[in-house]
Design a protein around this ligand. Structure first.
Ligand code: SF4
Ligand code: SF4
Length: 372
């Protein structure tokens, strides 16, 4: 049976974190069953964009430090890296700085890498650095997502797709189901040896970058990333069958998706579950029967809009849009909705909160009903 540990940790205090992570690791079999001594290990946090740790958009740097400390005890050759969506190499430096990852890596004397070289697997350019490691440890942030429902251990591997090519895959797989199936393909190229989810400060609502910060005080971990995501879905009160990346990864035998075949250790799932966990965007409609969804589809919309007052004209969204539908109109930017594929890249990359998702009336009603 696949094992997933849920442990509580009330803050990012160094010692509390070290203790909580060690507790979880020993519940799932001990570090010696995961990483051999002297191994080369890549730590892959979720560094979506240049946001400060307390905003709960990115994996907290102290979380990364705790894993570094655990790996140092195994005398590992450690590196840390990510390739955030929609960013070129020069902007990644700023993300490493603002998220606090650069400072942690420098203090711990650990290599902070950028994924500049790729090996193409199954038509997808995957960071070569990840492929030459003995182990990859994935540190996702527990958040909602407007397309994939949640971001977790499977989705975190999307950050191994190099550079701006990620944006092109949004264009190639525009529907949520297609994109989630693609995410499962990326995950199949590099399956992490261990996934440890930072759910101490999590995000619900309009994740992965504009939602509500939730102080859940949870750490979820396991060797099987598919099982880890199934447990996350359980904590978020979401039926696994509505999370296409988990369903697809299970179908491809990449891990155990059925919660009944997962042994949950530490906290009980029902005690960790968050009853009022709000979903993002179209996810609120997932529980509706298909015929009803088809009948109301014309009344359902989620459209990104740029708030002119908040927009600083940094132009990152402009460069990240896969279908070039963000246009300059004088001093401002505007989105042409006829071409927009709703990939939400602009929403994810804007660090100024200037991209808002406007929902139709019906979606607002369903959002309210789910959170009651
Ligand atoms: S909307 Fe955001 S990302 Fe786009 S130009 Fe304005 S501030 Fe930059
Ligand atoms: S405008 Fe935003 S949501 Fe629409 S296609 Fe471009 S990046 Fe995606």
């Amino acid at each position: 049976m696949s094992k997933v540990a849920i442990v509580r940790c009330k803050s990012y205090d160094k010692d509390l974190l070290f203790e909580a992570l060690n507790k979880g690791i020993s519940l799932i079999g001990g570090i010696e069953t995961i990483v051999k001594e002297n191994s080369r290990v890549l730590i892959k946090p979720n560094l979506l964009s240049a946001r400060r740790p307390e905003e709960a958009v990115t994996t907290h740097p102290e979380f990364v430090r705790a894993v570094i400390r655990i790996l140092k005890e195994r005398n590992c050759d450690i590196s840390v890296g990510d390739s955030p969506s929609g960013y070129g190499s020069n902007l990644v430096d700023n993300i490493y700085e603002v998220t606090g990852i650069k400072s942690i890596c420098s203090q711990e004397n650990v290599n902070l890498v950028k994924f500049d070289e790729a090996t193409v697997i199954d038509g997808i350019p995957i960071a070569r650095h990840a492929l030459v490691q003995d182990a990859v440890i994935s540190l996702p942030k527990f958040k909602t997502h407007g397309i994939t429902v949640i971001t977790g251990a499977i989705k975190n591997m999307f950050g191994l797709v190099t550079g701006l090519t990620k944006v092109e895959f949004h264009k190639k797989f525009p529907s949520p189901d297609e994109f989630s199936r693609f995410i499962a393909r990326v995950f199949s190229s590099v399956k992490p040896t261990l996934s440890i989810v930072d759910g101490i400060l999590a995000m619900d609502g309009e994740g992965p970058s504009g939602g509500r910060v939730r102080n859940l005080g949870l750490v979820v971990m396991g060797k099987d990333a598919v099982s880890v995501d199934s447990v996350l879905a359980g904590i978020a009160n979401i039926d696994v069958k509505n999370v296409s990346s988990i369903v697809e990864a299970g179908r491809l035998n990449l891990g155990e998706a059925d919660i009944n075949n997962i042994e949950i250790l530490g906290e009980r799932l029902q005690d960790a579950a968050v009853k009022d966990f709000k979903l993002a965007g179209r996810s609120v409609l997932l529980s509706l029967p298909e015929p009803l969804m088809n009948a109301i589809s014309g009344l359902v919309s989620f459209k990104p809009h740029i708030n002119k007052k908040k927009c600083t004209r940094c132009n990152i969204c402009l460069k990240s849009c896969p279908v070039d539908t963000i246009e300059e109109r004088g001093r401002y930017l505007e989105i042409r909705h006829d071409k927009c594929i709703n990939c939400l890249c602009c929403f994810e990359v804007c660090t100024f909160g200037a991209v808002n998702i406007k929902k139709s009336f019906l979606v607002k009603v369903f959002s309210m009903v789910r959170s009651l």
